[in-house]
Design a protein around this ligand. Structure first.
Ligand code: GDP
Ligand code: MG
Length: 442
């Protein structure tokens, strides 16, 4: 899947302490292929990789992140951007009813969506009504009635056996009816064809003109991949629309339609449908979709936290110390501990770091009380002792223990842990480049 391909790219970057132009080019090529294979439209892929590359070269990003994390951050933000950035909400009419027209190919999921929307709106206190303006297929009206019943809303349809086959008239009449019955929202279901078809477009346009919709939603099956783009373009030209609903996201592992449709049509994706049940429906959140495509929710959380906690200067200073010989002091140790503590429960933080699980056991005991004790012990040391912990002999240990209200064993443990930590940090910084000082290119 796209997520797997992208994580492979990032994994190969992760081992690098610094990123060369060649590394960056290689990653961009891999990302490009991954997107194309996921059926993302070529123009979108080009625009996407170009802006990721520009930003990565500009190295505008946070100093607390290593190269892989920086690229992940940029890719994530660009994905969110291409998916539309912010969620767009429904626009309600000043004078009810608000009219929502559904358009799209047959099988796209319009009728199902009508029910989902109705239920969702009803739960928010609205009194929606559904309109059966698909008179093309014999069962279409009945299907909408079933869906409406499940959602617990009224369905406006031509009288059975009345012989009325004019969807435009049904749609027009439905608005008057909704006003009389005080429905504040009207959702109009229309007919689709299996392919793009001039008659279908003309009918949808005629219904549009009859009901003067506040929102026209283009409904598209995410599983049709590249075809989503051509279909969207045809509906844009033939009927016009204000928003997109992606359906069958439950079956789409690739995310291609989602990534293309917004960029190509310029209209926002507003809702997402992800199953046959009426509850399988939600407002579309570009950031959640991006994180799903990236498949790196935990890493993104970690990046966010690292950015807020580590101030770049402090970080650069630490890194130099960790990499240098012997000048990482107990003061630095304390500062580092307090920074880690600010990031939240230590187990969570470590769980998010790649390859850190083996260290978890050692650090599990580091609860808040422990932090406080460590702070007390270090603060009872003289500046010289903090600079050079090797000075701390037996008599000094006793003095420190008494001064901090702890025991000699506590002091011993702390000093030991400090030496261990110093060793561990050096290993870590050479293995993962974690905490490395920004994007350095050679
Ligand atoms: P319409 O022709 O556009 O009105 O499409 P329908 O609403 O009749 O849906 C066509 C088929 O797709 C039906 O079998 C639905 O149950 C199914 N369907 C609709 N939305 C979804 C979805 O989000 N996920 C899945 N798995 N199936 C869906
Ligand atoms: Mg239908």
């Amino acid at each position: 899947t796209l997520s797997d391909r992208l994580s492979a790219v990032f994994t190969s970057l992760r081992s690098k302490g610094r990123l060369t132009d060649a590394d960056l080019d290689k990653s961009m090529r891999e990302i490009r292929v991954a997107l194309l294979e996921a059926d993302v439209a070529l123009t979108v892929v080009k625009a996407f990789t170009q802006s990721v590359k520009n930003r990565a070269r500009g190295s505008e990003v946070h100093q607390a992140l290593n190269p892989a994390q920086q690229i992940i951050k940029i890719v994530n933000e660009e994905l969110i951007g291409i998916l539309g950035g912010e969620t767009r909400r429904l626009r309600f009419a000043k004078n009810p009813p608000t009219v929502i027209l559904l358009a799209g190919l047959q099988g796209a999921g319009k009728t199902t969506l009508a029910g989902k929307l109705a239920l969702w709106l009803r739960k928010q206190g609205h009194t929606p009504m559904l309109v059966a303006a698909d008179l093309q297929r014999p069962n279409a009206v009945q299907q909408l009635q079933v869906v409406g019943q499940r959602a617990g809303v009224e369905v406006f349809a031509p009288e059975p056996g009345s012989g009325v086959g004019d969807p435009v008239k049904v749609a027009r009449d439905s608005i008057e009816f909704a006003k009389r019955q005080q429905h504040d929202i009207v959702v109009v279901d229309t007919a689709g064809r299996l392919g793009i078809d001039a008659d279908m477009m003309a009918q949808a346009a005629a219904i549009r003109d009859a009901v003067n919709p506040d929102e026209i939603l283009f409904v598209v099956d995410a599983m049709i991949g590249q075809d989503a783009v051509t279909t969207a373009q045809a509906f844009k030209d033939g009927v016009g629309f204000d928003g997109v609903v992606l359906t069958k996201l439950d079956g789409d592992a690739r995310g291609g339609a989602a990534l293309s449709v917004r960029h190509i049509t310029g209209e926002p994706i507003m809702f997402a449908s992800s199953g046959e049940k009426l509850e399988d429906f939600d407002v579309f959140h570009p950031d959640r979709m991006a994180s799903r495509i990236l498949g790196m929710g935990d890493m993104l959380t970690l990046i966010e936290q690292a950015e807020t906690v580590f101030d770049a200067e402090q970080q650069a200073r630490m890194t130099d110390k960790m990499l240098g010989e012997g000048d990482f002091t107990l003061d630095d140790f304390l500062e580092q501990m307090l920074a880690v503590k600010k990031m939240g429960p230590i187990q969570n933080v470590l769980g998010m770091l790649p390859g850190m699980n083996q260290m978890k056991g050692q650090l599990d005991q580091l609860d808040d009380k422990h932090f406080d004790r460590i702070t007390a012990v270090i603060r009872s040391m003289t500046p010289l002792e903090r600079q050079d912990p090797k000075l701390i002999n037996g008599s000094r240990r006793l003095r420190i223990a008494n001064g901090s209200g702890t025991t000699v064993t506590d002091v011993n443990q702390l000093v030991e842990r400090f030496f261990e930590a110093r060793k561990m940090m050096r290993q870590m910084s050479s293995r993962f480049g974690f905490g490395g000082g920004g994007m350095r290119r050679s």
